[in-house]
Write a protein that binds this ligand. Structure first.
Ligand SMILES: Nc1ncnc2c1ncn2[C@@H]1O[C@H](COP(=O)(O)OP(=O)(O)O)[C@@H](O)[C@H]1O
Ligand SMILES: O=P(O)(O)O[C@H]1O[C@H](CO)[C@@H](O[C@H]2O[C@H](CO)[C@@H](O)[C@H](O)[C@H]2O)[C@H](O)[C@H]1O
Length: 482
């Protein structure tokens, strides 16, 4: 992308109104940043538009949290919402991303890995622009804003009544594989910044708040959050970040499962407790938020949508093509279940449940559930739509399979481990909810197949060297008889 073309894009497209709180400097600022951002953005783990060239950027809002013109090592802090324009075979509408950029005349050596670039023109010319979350000083500025509810430009900060917020210093950005970005403050709280954002209440704020209000102890309750809202209500506010208690010393289910597999230890008791946990979460969600019954037509529609997702995934990942007919049988069986009078309840769900989304902590082990974002690639409205609980259950069952696949020489032992864990999870779920997922095999198989297809796409896009993991399941599911 040339800097001049991106600037033209900026001047012509502000779909949600002109930049806010920028004293008319938005265009100049974008001109300054366009080159460095065009090189840096596509390399970020959270950039969703991989594989399609970035054709331009427009600025939706800029908010100066700290002035950016100080000399020497003194940092400035900018909050930006930018919209991407991407070229490719299919015209893409573009995504909106949240960026927090530090600005310094001179960058200390320990922050060099966070460098975005040094603009060659405009208001930030020759300044070091970098990923602010890696700078503890700037991460603390954001925390200070969260401490004091109120508005700053397009941003609005809010705090749960009576919630404790971290005191003392100490902020560290997480560096692991993530869809978003997180900062841990003083080992007591964690702030998650959503990267690809869209208008509408984010389920990772909405559901934990609803669960906390319902007294469900399985989810860390949001302590503070912030959003972007446009004057005049041009669009719904966009949720940008959520601060919640940090479960220090916890282990996630993925680490625990791998440890169990490496030690050739049974995981059934842990999986059973996890099943009970998910049943508690589902019950609380169903009691707190609207539910409905999926009738014949809606279940048939769900089966059709699964078939469409499979067709789209097979276009993107040719390895799927030979299995389309076999996989399609699972969706036909779901439609047959609906035609035979089968129905099921729809309710709000976790939406992307897997072993990495559950944390075990405490001396008497307690499972907590995090990350209610849903599958990141789906549109927000889709992720907030009620669905059958079996969708979450299928996600967790797939995850036991994923863990077993990590055992290079696990052979039949790893497969037995997966089968036993899957069964124990369903038993635990049934014991706590009264609804046994194994009693509706048509639903379970269709949703598991749909999830495996999603995973094929996910791995092809983000971790091609892991593609064989869901493909192993694809072969099994395609060969299964209904
Ligand atoms: N409340 C929490 N306590 C402890 N660790 C947490 C908490 N929330 C998130 N984490 C850690 O941060 C990681 C990323 O969080 P997650 O919400 O899954 O982000 P993403 O949506 O970006 O994947 C998790 O895998 C977990 O290790
Ligand atoms: O945790 P995220 O919200 O970022 O979810 C995405 O990434 C997950 C991987 O980090 C991915 O999960 C897949 O891999 C897991 C092992 O790493 C495995 O336990 C899951 O079962 C499997 O789906 C998830 O699908 C994706 O949405």
């Amino acid at each position: 992308m040339s800097e001049s073309s991106s600037t033209r894009a900026a001047a012509s497209s502000f779909p949600w109104g002109p930049p806010r709180n920028d004293s008319g400097q938005g265009e100049a600022l974008l001109r300054s940043l366009a080159g460095p951002l065009a090189r840096w953005l596509p390399r970020q783990r959270w950039f969703a538009g991989k594989g399609r060239p970035l054709a331009g950027l427009s600025l939706l809002s800029v908010t100066e949290l700290l002035p950016c013109d100080a000399p020497g090592y003194a940092p400035g802090l900018l909050h930006l919402l930018v919209r991407t324009r991407q070229s490719g075979p299919v015209a893409a509408a573009g995504d909106c991303y949240q960026l927090l950029l530090g600005v310094r005349a001179a960058l200390p050596p320990d922050l060099m890995p966070a460098l975005v670039g040094r603009p060659s023109e405009g208001p930030l010319q020759d300044r070091a622009v970098y990923e602010a979350l890696y700078d503890p000083l700037l991460a603390e500025v954001l925390l200070e804003r969260l401490r004091t509810p109120g508005r700053l430009g397009a941003l609005r900060f809010d705090r749960a009544p009576g919630a404790d917020l971290p005191s003392g210093p100490g902020a560290r950005a997480l560096t692991g594989e993530q869809t978003n970005s997180s900062v841990v403050y003083g080992e007591s709280h964690i702030l998650k910044l959503f990267r690809r954002v869209a208008p509408g209440l984010h389920p990772d704020l909405e559901l934990p708040r609803a669960l906390a209000a319902a007294g469900c102890a399985r989810v860390p309750a949001p302590s503070a959050w912030f959003e972007a809202s446009w004057p005049g209500g041009e669009s719904e506010p966009l949720t940008l970040g959520v601060l919640q208690p940090y479960l220090a010393g916890s282990s996630d289910g993925w680490q625990l499962a791998l440890r169990s597999l490496n030690g050739r230890a049974d995981f059934s008791a842990a999986a059973h407790a996890l099943g009970r946990t998910m049943a508690e979460v589902h019950t609380a969600l169903a009691q707190t938020l609207p539910t409905s019954v999926l009738d014949r037509g809606q279940l048939e529609q769900a089966a059709t949508a699964m078939g469409e997702r499979l067709a789209e995934a097979a276009v993107a990942v040719p390895a799927l093509r030979p299995y389309r007919t076999g996989l399609g049988r699972a969706y036909e069986a779901l439609a047959g279940y609906a035609r035979g009078g089968g129905a099921c309840v729809a309710q709000r769900l976790h939406g992307d449940l897997h072993l990495g989304q559950v944390l075990r902590s405490g001396e008497t082990p307690h499972w907590s559930v995090i990350d209610f974002e849903g599958e990141p690639a789906r549109p927000l409205a889709d992720r907030r739509r009620p669905g059958p609980p079996v969708r979450d259950i299928a996600g967790m069952l797939r995850s036991f399979d994923y863990a077993a696949c990590q055992q290079q020489d696990g052979g039949s032992w790893a497969a037995d481990w997966s089968r036993a864990s899957r069964k124990a999870f369903c038993r635990g779920y049934a014991a706590a909810s009264g609804a046994d997922p194994l009693s509706t095999p048509e639903l379970l198989r269709a949703y598991e197949t749909d999830k495996a297809v999603y995973e094929v796409l996910y791995e092809a896009r983000h971790r091609p060297h892991w593609l064989h993991v869901p493909m192993t399941a694809i072969r099994r599911l395609a060969a299964a008889t209904p």
